[in-house]
Write a protein that binds this ligand. Structure first.
Ligand code: COA
Length: 219
C-alpha cells in the first residue's frame, strides 16, 4: 500500500523536528542542524506550507519534506522563481521502504500543480537523478558565488522551463548554522551523542567537487 502523505500541520511540528533530528544525526557532521533549520524555516517568508508534507506509517509520523521559495537570478537579466525542498527526512526506523521516493514525487507533483516551473535543491546527486534532477551546470545554473556544484540539482516541472535559465541560484531561506541558537534549541530534545562518522568524510569530499567555469574553456 502506498504511504499516507498529507500536508504538515502545526500539530506535527514537534514530531517532524524530532524525526528530522533522528534522521540527520551524525550523517553530515557530528550532531546536526536540520531539525533547527526546519523549525526556523516555518517562520521565514520563503516557507511554503502548501508544499510541506509528512508521511505516516504504522500510525507514526515517518517522514517530512519541507519546501521553500527560491529563484535563479538569470544571466540575461530578470529572475526565474523556483521551489526548493529541504530538509527531507525519513526516520531511520522507516528508511529503505520507498518513503523518500513517495515524498519527493508527491512534493514535485504538488509544486507543478501549484504552477511552479522548476525545482532546484542542494542534495546528493546520486540520490536525485532518479527523480529527473540534473546537475544545475547542465542548465548553466551555478551557486550564488558562481561555482558549479554537483550537489546543485535542478529539475523542470514543465518541459523547457530551464532551457533559458542560466544564472545564479538563490535560496529563499538561508541554511546558515547558528551554533548558539542550535544548542539552545537542541537542549529540549533527548540527549544524543555527536560522533565523527565515515559519511561525514564522504559529504566533505562531495562538497569539495565544486568548480568555476573559465570563460572560453582552455582557449
Ligand atoms: C535520504 C533519505 C530521506 C532516504 O529515505 P528512504 O525513505 O530510506 O529512501 P527510499 O526508501 O525512498 O529510497 C530511495 C533511494 O535512495 C537511496 N538513498 C537513501 N539515502 C540516500 C542518500 N543520502 N544519498 C543517496 N542515496 C540515498 C536509497 O538507497 C534508495 O535507493 P534504491 O531505491 O536504489 O534502493 C533518508 O535516508 C534520510 O532521512 N537520511 C538522512 C537525511 C538525509 O540525508 N536527507 C536527504 C538530504 S539530501
Amino acid at each position: 500500500m502506498p504511504p499516507f502523505i498529507r500536508l504538515e500541520t502545526s500539530a506535527d511540528h514537534a514530531r517532524s523536528e524530532a524525526l528530522t533530528r533522528a534522521a540527520f544525526w551524525n550523517i553530515y557532521q557530528p550532531g546536526c542542524h536540520e531539525h533547527h533549520y526546519l523549525h526556523q524555516l516555518r517562520a521565514h517568508p520563503a516557507f511554503r506550507p502548501d508544499l510541506t508534507f509528512v508521511c505516516e506509517e504504522e500510525g507514526e509520523l515517518a517522514g517530512v519534506i519541507a519546501c521553500s521559495s527560491s529563484h535563479i537570478a538569470l544571466d540575461g537579466g530578470g529572475r526565474l522563481d523556483t521551489v526548493t525542498f529541504g530538509p527531507l527526512a525519513v526516520h531511520p526506523h522507516f528508511q529503505k521502504r520507498g518513503l523518500a521516493r513517495a515524498l519527493v514525487c508527491h512534493a514535485l507533483r504538488a509544486a507543478r500543480d501549484a504552477g511552479e516551473h522548476a525545482a532546484v535543491i542542494l542534495g546528493d546527486p546520486r540520490h536525485y537523478g532518479r527523480y529527473g534532477f540534473w546537475c544545475g551546470e547542465r542548465f548553466g545554473i551555478s551557486m550564488e558565488n558562481g561555482q558549479f556544484l554537483p550537489g546543485l540539482q535542478a529539475v523542470e516541472l514543465r518541459p523547457g522551463a530551464l532551457s533559458n535559465a542560466a544564472g545564479r541560484f538563490h535560496e529563499g531561506f538561508p541554511y546558515a548554522p547558528d551554533e548558539a541558537a542550535l544548542a539552545a534549541f537542541d537542549a529540549a530534545f533527548p540527549p544524543l551523542e555527536p560522533a565523527v562518522t565515515p559519511s561525514q568524510e564522504e559529504f566533505r569530499f562531495m562538497c569539495s567537487l565544486g568548480h568555476e567555469v573559465i570563460p572560453n574553456g582552455f582557449m
